[in-house]
Design a protein around this ligand. Sequence first.
Ligand code: 13P
Length: 252
Amino acid sequence: MVRRLFIAGNWKMNTSSSRAVELAEQVAGALAYVDNIDLAVFPPFVYLSQVAEVLKGTALAVGAQDCFYEDNGAFTGEISTAMLKDVGCSYVIIGHSERRHVIGEADELINRKVLKAVGDGLKPILCVGELLEQRQADETDEVVSRQVKIGLEGLGKADVLNVTIAYEPVWAIGTGETATPEQAQQAHAMIRQLLGELYGGSVAQSVRIQYGGSVKPDNAAELLACPDIDGALVGGASLKVTDFAGIVAGGR
Ligand code: 13P
């Protein structure tokens, strides 16, 4: 089964209005030649409209870094899936490690957001990954399995096909320390096996699993060459056009 690669840039809490527009223009220009890889960028909420406008008609999709599970009402500070679609988003990142470990989001909340996003036609990227101490205690499989199982609970087979899983070991995010291709492949294979147990082999073979955590132009090719790594969720390097383009080139 050949899964199309999916390379996404998570800008996190970076850029400004003018920089977001400039970066989107530069990325679209640099990647205009790409036709065999799915591409998306995830700017901060407040710049989504502007970036979506710049990327209209290009090969780059736009997504948000989070969403809420209610439609509207008294939820100060939250953003609904309808609002995200209204400003041109097709994807949404849910359960990023910074939301889990800095903001304190739990698996059950993440699951409600995943169900809402899929139900409303947004394609979620569900992020999972272990802390350094969990890896050292040999708990990686247990932690990641729990995050995947609870994150996807209540989704049927057809719905799961709209989800991308991002395996992002927390110790590799923003640290410059990348998982080795072997470590990443092992975790991805474990996730795919779990998807097979939950949804059957053919669904498991179709769901894309991205790797995230210090992906750079010089390590992208060997990570993306692994059989169960179907793309990358790029943080820091997505803020530099040459780096992001270099990572995409590693996937060709
Ligand atoms: P870095 O690429 O900066 O390590 O970030 C990875 C990440 O968290 C993407 O969501």
